[in-house]
Write a protein that binds this ligand. Structure first.
Ligand SMILES: [Zn+2]
Length: 368
């Protein structure tokens, strides 16, 4: 295992007695963590490969926590931990169910890590923490070239972000809690995370944002959830793989082939572009966020993806004055590819959970 190293911009002399927020994103292939101080400066980043199973995930998470704290030193303020993990998460109890790629069927992850480390631990769904991390960047690095943030609040925030003191020191992550941001995760599946007033929305059953299983597509492809025509079957990494098979990173290839006149590529590109634009329209019409961020693995395609979705949004706008009036392309952003946004979001979630309640569940057994 590689030794944990301070973030190149970290100034560890200045972090003594400051509160430290640790954020860890537990993914299918890697576990990535960050340490941030109270001013949201990144102090350390570290990642290790993922091992499957309840015990391995617990042990690796605890190991990563120690690695992240090493460069911070012993003279620090309160330490909080936020964890992001795929699957169904009961954030209030720290319990995760059906994290299939991690070999976890049921696990009281939060209480287990809290008991071992003695630290307060918050567990959130992985899409939600990525949404929180990306939203914390909205109005700053997320601003698309040539566009302005949609709302007056976002413009105000962007001006504040630009004047954050110490921009030449450790990287400051701006607050951005005065509007609604939706993060559309274009990963293997399709789901959205909703951030309102800087906080994750959970809904009544944790199914909020599961837009991938809204059955609205005319092609009626079968979905793994049992329905037909789910949005996920035309707007996700697995959809691209199914419709444009045999390529390791199919979306950039698909877009390139379509631009060279390959007819099948153009048909598939139309299906995918329409599907993602539909997802954007659905979140715009149900939640009306000022900023809509495209994230997840597919977003690494970058500008060509943004262009494709914009083209399809413009097609809808061309035949609907109502849709045109929503200015949807102006609200679109790509998630930053150069920041560990999910780990950053986990750190923010862990800190907020502790700051907003009088006590945490350190060492408390939770029946499950
Ligand atoms: Zn489905």
């Amino acid at each position: 295992m590689a030794a944990s190293t301070p973030h190149p911009e970290a100034d560890t002399d200045n972090v003594q007695a400051r509160p430290i927020s640790l954020g860890i994103d537990i993914g299918g292939t890697k576990i990535e963590g960050v340490a941030m101080d109270g001013d949201k400066h990144l102090l350390a980043c570290h990642r290790i490969p993922t091992r499957e199973g309840n015990q391995a995930v617990h042990d690796d998470t605890v190991t990563l926590i120690h690695h992240l704290l090493d460069p911070v030193g012993p003279n620090r303020g309160s330490v909080t931990v936020g964890l992001g993990i795929p699957g169904r998460v009961d954030a209030n109890r720290g319990i995760v169910d059906d994290a299939v790629n991690l070999g976890i069927r049921h696990m009281a992850l939060g209480p287990a890590v809290a008991k071992t480390t003695g630290l307060p631990v918050r567990v959130e769904n992985d899409v939600n923490i990525a949404a929180l991390g990306a939203a914390s960047q909205a109005g700053d690095s997320l601003m698309a070239p040539g566009t302005t943030p949609h709302s007056e609040a976002a413009r105000k925030q962007a001006r504040r972000s630009a004047s954050v003191p110490g921009r030449d020191g450790p990287r400051a992550l701006p607050d951005h809690d005065d509007h609604v941001v939706v993060f559309i995760n274009l990963g293997t599946g399709l789901a959205a995370g909703i951030i309102r007033w800087g906080r994750i929305e959970h809904g009544a059953s944790g199914a909020i944002g599961e837009i991938g299983h809204i059955p609205v597509d005319a092609h009626q492809f079968p979905c793994k959830c049992g329905q037909h025509g789910c949005l996920e079957t035309v707007a996700s990494g697995s959809a691209v793989e199914a419709l444009w098979p045999g390529i390791a990173h199919p979306l950039p290839d698909l877009i390139a082939q379509a631009s060279q006149g390959n007819q099948r590529a153009q048909e598939v590109q139309d299906i995918i572009g329409h599907g993602i634009a539909l997802a954007v329209q659905i979140v715009a019409l149900t939640i009306d966020p000022g900023v809509i961020i495209l994230g997840g693995g597919m977003s690494r395609t970058g500008q060509p993806l943004l262009d494709l979705v914009t083209e399809h949004l413009n097609r809808s706008a061309a035949c609907s004055h109502f849709i045109a009036s929503l200015n949807l392309p102006d609200r679109l952003r790509l998630a930053p590819a150069d920041l560990p946004i999910a780990a950053i979001g986990a750190a923010l979630a862990g800190r907020m959970a502790t700051d907003s309640r009088p006590s945490d569940f350190i060492g408390k057994e939770i029946a499950s």
